[in-house]
Structure formats: C-alpha cells, structure tokens
Design a protein around this ligand. Structure first.
Ligand SMILES: [Zn+2]
Length: 208
C-alpha cells in the first residue's frame, strides 16, 4: 500500500506536468492568434485570400481618424476595431484600391505638369494671368482627381467583394459602413457624398 501511495502521486505529477506543457503550448498558439486585433486579422485573411498583395503591411496609428493608405502600408485608428468584420473588410479593400491606383496618380501628376508648362509657353498673356490660369487648372484638376480616386477605390473594393467573396450588393455594405464613419469638414471636400458613392457602386458593381 505504501509503495503504491508513493508511486501514484509521482505518476500524477508527471501527468500534471505533461498536461501543463500541452496546455501552455496550446495557450501560446491561441495567444499568438488572438494577439492580432480585428483589423490585423482581417487584413491577413485578405492577404491569404489573394485580395491584398503580400507586399502590403498594416499598422495601427492614432494619427488617422479612420483608415489611410500609405505607399504600401494601410494605417488604421485602433478605434476601427469596434466596427464589424464586414465593414473592416470593405474599408481595408478600399485602401488597397488607393495603393493600386498610385501609378495612375503619378501619371496624372506628370500630365498636369506638362499641361501647366505648355500653357505658360503657348498662351499669349501676361505672366500673372498665366499663373492664375495654371493655378486654377491645377487646383480644379487635383480636386477632380481626388474624388475620382475615391470612386476608383470604392470600385476596387466593391468588385473584390462581389467577385472573390460573393457579396451580392456591395453598395449596401458600403452605405452601412460609411454611415458609421461621420465625415469631417475636410473629408466632405476630399470625398464624394455617401449618396454619390453608394449610387456609383450600385450602378457599376451591384447590377453587373
Ligand atoms: Zn479613400
């Protein structure tokens, strides 16, 4: 009896020790997974699904109100983790759209530069008039391009959601998401209205 009493606790200890090891390793895997916040998790899912290029990165930053596209990095305010998964998904895809449009932005700026120089060289007027004309054209063109870039990024997100993830009406998700993100005075100038954006996606993506 004494012998078995001695060996029983010893075996139990080994069992408990081994169980703890298994639990710890499982816990660390779980911890690594749950260490990512919602925005990071959805970003990596989109990379795995091929909707976002693997060269991209994601970074949490208080410097931005909502989401923001850098050269290759998508930035997000940590508060954005409170959005539901489908809203985070459309926002991240929209930013990916901005990054993919960057080559177009470079071409646009080159073209705008050429047109500005041509006006200064060709137009017969005094220098001040030429400069006012060029400056007006630059400001109006940039404003138009910023709005165009927003539509293009919505279009990219909408098409991705429809073609890759089977979302029937991406415009409905866009409207639901944009209504959760109140617009600032600046964003009202640099972004088309919610109504215009939703209508564009409804016509170009939902119905095709
Ligand atoms: Zn945008």
């Amino acid at each position: 009896m004494n012998g078995s009493r001695d060996t029983y606790p010893a075996n139990s200890l080994i069992f408990i020790y081994k169980s703890q090891n298994v639990l710890e390793s499982q816990f660390s895997i779980y911890f690594m997974e749950s260490d990512k916040d919602s925005c990071e998790r959805i970003f990596y899912e989109l990379v795995t699904d091929g909707a976002i290029l693997p060269t991209r990165a994601i970074e949490s930053s208080e410097n931005y109100t909502y989401f923001h596209a850098g050269l290759k990095t998508i930035h997000y305010n940590p508060k954005m983790n409170q959005l539901d998964d489908s809203s985070i998904k459309i926002c991240i895809l929209h930013e990916e759209g901005h990054i993919r449009n960057q080559y177009r932005t470079v071409l646009f700026l080159i073209l705008l530069g050429i047109i500005s120089i041509a006006i200064i060289v060709v137009v017969q007027a005094n220098l001040i008039l030429k400069l006012v004309l060029v400056l007006s054209i630059i400001l109006i063109s940039i404003w138009w391009y910023v709005l165009f870039d927003e539509y293009q990024s919505d279009l990219f997100a909408g098409r991705m959601l429809k073609e890759k993830f089977g979302v029937g009406k991406p415009s409905v998700l866009l409207e639901k998401t944009l209504k959760k993100l109140p617009s600032s005075r600046l964003s009202r100038i640099t972004h088309p209205s919610v109504k215009q954006r939703v209508k564009k996606i409804a016509v170009t993506v939902d119905q095709n």
